[in-house]
Design a protein around this ligand. Structure first.
Ligand code: CMP
Length: 151
């Protein structure tokens, strides 16, 4: 069924100019981009996003990294978007991610794993609410543009 998931291109992806490469994979797969913006997150926002990792030894480094430069915040919509996006992304460790996945093709470092994707529908709802205001998400309706070319 139709779902929305929160995808984030981390500062390493933006630095490496991989925005188009990664976005195009979701579009080509058949997903719609219904929210999209570039921003450098505040510490408060980064800490809220990663709240579940607050007690981990890598938490401070993770927040330092996320706030180090612009990220691309994305809402992807389509059938089974949450789980399919996770499959497309690969696993947390890029070196364990299969070729063909985003991490498996584009990264080797767990601390610089280029992309985030919500791990459940509930997480997606929470994360989308954290990163987007409702007016920043569009109601995507495919339009038949064939009339432009007909006559
Ligand atoms: P992500 O899937 O976005 O969610 C948690 C993040 O923590 C994960 O990506 C990694 O970027 C980061 N992370 C996990 N384990 C480590 C680690 N051992 N060292 C540094 N960062 C980590």
């Amino acid at each position: 069924s139709k779902e929305r998931t929160y995808i984030m291109l981390k500062p390493d992806a933006v630095n490496r100019r991989l925005i188009g490469e990664i976005l195009s994979r979701f579009e080509k797969r058949g997903y719609n981009v219904v929210g999209l913006k570039v921003l450098t997150p505040s510490r408060e926002l980064a800490e809220a996003h990663y709240a579940e990792h607050k007690e981990r030894p890598f938490f401070k480094g993770l927040v330092d990294f996320l706030t180090s430069g612009p990220v691309v915040a994305i809402v992807i919509e389509g059938d089974n978007a949450v789980a399919t996006a996770r499959t497309m992304i690969g696993v947390t460790k890029p070196q364990a991610s299969a070729p063909g996945t985003i991490r498996g093709d584009l990264s080797i470092d767990v601390g610089r794993n280029i992309i985030h994707g919500s791990d459940s529908v509930e997480s997606a709802r929470r994360e989308i609410g954290l990163w987007f205001r409702p007016v920043e998400i569009v109601d995507f309706k495919p339009v038949d543009h064939a009339w432009v070319y007909e006559k």
